[in-house]
Design a protein around this ligand. Structure first.
Ligand SMILES: Cc1cc2nc3c(=O)[nH]c(=O)nc-3n(C[C@H](O)[C@H](O)[C@H](O)COP(=O)(O)O)c2cc1C
Length: 277
């Protein structure tokens, strides 16, 4: 990963011409680390040391968690044959196969279920959408802390939504108990210096930051500016996309056929022991 620490240069990479001007900003390694993020899909064969993984998990467990319920778990997979199978279940993505460490992040209500069973206490709340959301939010917050901890240790990561394509088969592969489901995966490894990646621009701040009240109309102009910024980015990276950012994004949500099997996610979640009510 780049060791760039100048925050204004990082903001320029993140927003292009829409970069906020923060002349007084003090150098800060934590902010630089956050602004430096880019997904990494190519790795050296070097394994991820146990200590680096455990530091990622400690960071993950340090994230806020709804009511301290800690309704998430993670499965670390290093076995090449298992990664191969998970790659096939996740849209045949090469980086799942090639990363030295693959993490599968779970919404996990099974632990609370077991605690309730041992104490013979009611736990009907686990059946509701609310608790599924709690589990998914907890997993997301934990995993993002782990991602930042990985990057702080010189590792690179990419999330894998493809774990929701075939949730029942992923569960069988990992031996997951009922009331657990993979919400996403995460490839982890040392970035291959021969295949560097760039900071990907984001929407201008004024497209996502509303002050006092939400303003729908105010987003049109910054979104249009972003489409232009991304057109430049795609060109510079020689990225093949389905048209400009707006077309590309709309293509992803055009209908159930674009959801890669996830149009039946509610059914799969019910089969995994969620959403009984
Ligand atoms: C929940 C989630 C699922 C994702 N799934 C995939 C995936 O299946 N395959 C992949 O290559 N990238 C995946 N990504 C990575 C995004 O494409 C990437 O974060 C986004 O394009 C922004 O690029 P950046 O992370 O380099 O800034 C996923 C990201 C998130 C947050």
């Amino acid at each position: 990963m780049t060791t760039q620490t100048d925050l204004n240069s990082l903001l320029l990479a993140r927003y292009g011409a829409d970069a906020p001007s923060l002349p007084e900003v003090a150098e800060d390694p934590a902010l630089a680390l956050l602004l430096n993020h880019r997904s990494v899909r190519a790795y050296t064969p070097q394994p991820v040391p146990r200590q680096a993984l455990e530091m990622m998990i400690a960071a993950a467990q340090s994230a806020s968690t709804s009511s301290n319920l800690q309704t998430w778990s993670v499965v670390a997979v290093e076995d090449p044959a298992a990664k191969e199978r998970l790659s096939r279940l996740g849209g045949d993505q090469r980086h799942i196969r090639e990363c030295p460490l693959y993490l599968v992040w779970l919404a996990d209500l099974a632990r609370l279920e077991a605690v309730g069973e041992r104490r013979n206490r009611p736990r009907d709340g686990l059946d509701y959408l609310e608790l599924l959301l709690v589990g998914a939010m907890d997993a997301a917050l934990a995993s993002q802390n782990a991602a930042v901890a990985a990057e702080a240790q010189g590792l690179g990561v990419v999330y894998i939504g493809g774990m929701r394509d075939r949730p029942e088969e992923v569960a069988a592969e990992l031996g997951l108990p009922p009331r657990t489901v993979a919400v996403f995966g995460m490839c982890v490894g040392y970035p291959d210096p021969a295949r560097p990646t760039s900071i990907k621009p984001r929407l201008p701040i004024d497209a996502v930051l509303h002050r006092e009240r939400y303003d729908t109309a105010a987003q049109d102009e910054p979104v249009d500016r972003y489409v232009a910024t991304m057109a430049e980015f795609y060109k510079s990276q020689q990225m093949k996309t389905n048209g400009d950012w707006a077309e590309h994004s709309l293509h992803r949500v055009r209908g159930p056929e674009a959801l890669r099997g996830r149009d039946r996610l509610a059914e799969a979640l019910k089969a995994r022991g969620f959403l009984a009510r």
